[in-house]
Design a protein. Structure first.
Length: 94
């Protein structure tokens, strides 16, 4: 991976973390629920286009990384269109 692509990836992960944490800041109940997952690692694999991110919840919000050494506690994978459909769904699955 080129240095430029790596820098863009790092910036994208930081931006995603800021967006998630800003949204959590508007919903204290959800932030409290996320805090209960502190120490867990969620791997998100997007197959089309190929992207991977690790979401690491903590008591003060989440971190998002492009790489994580240890095995994730949970992996969610699908095409970007699957994730978009889930975000736009009126009736969210549990």
């Amino acid at each position: 991976m080129s240095e430029r692509v790596s820098s863009l990836n790092t910036a994208a992960m930081a931006g995603l973390a800021r967006a998630i944490n800003a949204a959590l800041g508007m919903d204290s109940r959800t932030q409290e629920s996320i805090g209960k997952l502190a120490g867990k690692v969620l791997k998100i694999e997007i197959t089309v286009p190929e992207l991977c991110a690790f979401v690491i919840p903590g008591t003060a919000g989440v971190r998002v990384a492009g790489h994580h050494e240890e095995r994730p506690d949970c992996t969610v994978s699908g095409a970007s269109s699957d994730f978009i459909a889930l975000l736009l769904a009126a009736d969210k699955p549990a």
